[in-house]
Design a protein around this ligand. Sequence first.
Ligand code: ADP
Ligand code: MG
Length: 275
Amino acid sequence: MTPVLEARDLTRDYHIPGSFFKKARTVHAVKGVSFAVEQGKTLAIVGESGCGKSTLARIVTMIDPATSGDMLIDGQKVDIARETLTSDMRRKVQIVFQNPYGTLNPRKKIGDILTEPLIINTKIGADERRDRAMAMLKKVGLEEKHYGRYPHMFSGGQRQRVAIARALMLNPRLLVLDEPVSALDLSVQAQVLNLLADLQDEFQLTYVFISHDLSVVRYIADDVMVMYYGEAVEYGSREEVFSNPQHSYTKTLFAATPRADVESIKARLARKNAA
Ligand SMILES: Nc1ncnc2c1ncn2[C@@H]1O[C@H](COP(=O)(O)OP(=O)(O)O)[C@@H](O)[C@H]1O
Ligand SMILES: [Mg+2]
């Protein structure tokens, strides 16, 4: 099966210009990373702050170009520097960020936030747009009455549900989740993780799930890649990586105490396995 996402030896450099006092320098944020994710699967990318996770997220989401290497979506090579990149290609990959308040326009009602991607990218009429947004609100555990409300009227967890709903409006293949629950309370983290898992099952979504928190990743990932200073120091199935960590950094990461409310996540998985 062709993977939904394939990355081959991706790198990304940032050139930081010099000044009178400082020499110009180059930050090698991502140093040659390769991975593949098949449909319906979750790749977790884990590592401490500054190791290059968000840089990789922006490359995969086609926000920023890679400095070198290849990226393929559904087997098709992506080159964001060229106009050959179609809107169909862009629609396939959507992103959810850590802080939904920063990414939801505070002056727009939820209904407008959800229908905007349809207005920009499709010719769907107003009634149909509204119906789809209403349906998506319910899918993410919100209600029709929320359609006319503003982002500030929601809790952090509800705002993240809105951000997820918006990301799904164009039926993407791949969702990049950059620390999607890191800003939420532990009990709310588990609810949002369970929602993401349900949506993945329903829509056969593929996830790249970025986190600095292994306890979160442990229950939702199929594969795990551990990054350290721009390199993938560990990459394999969840079972492999968790049962037999190779790199000393991963062992240190594993020694940290779990934080997420894993009980309810485990309970969901148990229900799913029993079904
Ligand atoms: N726009 C940028 N300009 C210069 N350096 C950057 C930029 N974005 C990120 N970096 C640097 O690249 C490295 C990786 O950053 P980032 O991808 O944000 O890591 P993470 O998401 O894992 O915390 C860091 O050293 C960071 O300072
Ligand atoms: Mg980051």
